[in-house]
Design a protein around this ligand. Structure first.
Ligand code: CU
Ligand code: ZN
Length: 195
């Protein structure tokens, strides 16, 4: 009888222990769940939908797709005057001003001079020029270093700006590309978006 009591007592202690362990497990799982929520899957694709600034009719899309260590930039833009147009990522994802000056200057997290996309010592946002055909349509498909989707060089939440004139790839700090004819905020895209 006494032996049974001890057994039951041990059993109850074990049960209490299991309950405590189970409660502690639940807490750990919640913490883990919090951790998982904080660790979103890495962004592999982003998109900017371009809208015209006041007095212009420039529309288009620009996608950024992560490759191994670089990013592919594909643009399809209409409503341009034929010829070259400066094409940059600007610091702020704010296209609210009628002339898009709210987007700030070229995105330049590394404090480099303005240059062309073939140079490594440049603004991260220096994408060079796009060239519109006689119908006003410009298409671009390039692979660039420097641009990322995380860390100080991340372009997410910043803006793509298309300019009225060509970027001369030299004049500081703007490339003398003139006014801003279209602006679009760079947002996270579905990775299977076909553009
Ligand atoms: Cu610009
Ligand atoms: Zn620049």
């Amino acid at each position: 009888m006494k032996r049974n009591y001890v057994f039951v007592s041990v059993g109850l202690t074990a049960l209490a222990g299991l309950a405590a362990l189970s409660a502690s497990n639940a807490q750990t799982q919640m913490q883990h769940r919090g951790g998982v929520m904080a660790m979103q899957p890495a962004v592999t694709k982003a998109i900017a939908v371009l809208h015209p600034t006041q007095g212009n009719n420039v529309h288009g899309t620009v996608t950024f797709t992560r490759l191994a260590s670089r990013v592919r930039v594909v643009a399809d833009i209409t409503g341009l005057t034929p010829g070259q147009h400066g094409f940059h990522v600007h610091e702020f994802g704010d296209c609210s001003a009628p002339d898009a000056t709210s987007a700030g200057g070229h995105f330049n997290p590394m404090g480099q001079p303005h240059a062309g996309p073939d140079t490594t010592m440049r603004h991260v946002g220096d994408l060079g020029n796009i060239t519109a055909d006689a119908s006003g349509r410009a298409r671009l498909d390039v692979v660039l270093p420097l641009i990322t989707f995380e860390g100080p060089n991340s372009v997410l939440g910043r803006a793509v700006i298309v300019h009225a004139k060509a970027d001369d790839l030299r004049t500081q700090p703007t490339g003398d590309a003139g006014g801003r004819v279209a602006c679009g905020v760079i947002g996270i895209a579905r990775r299977d978006t076909v553009r």
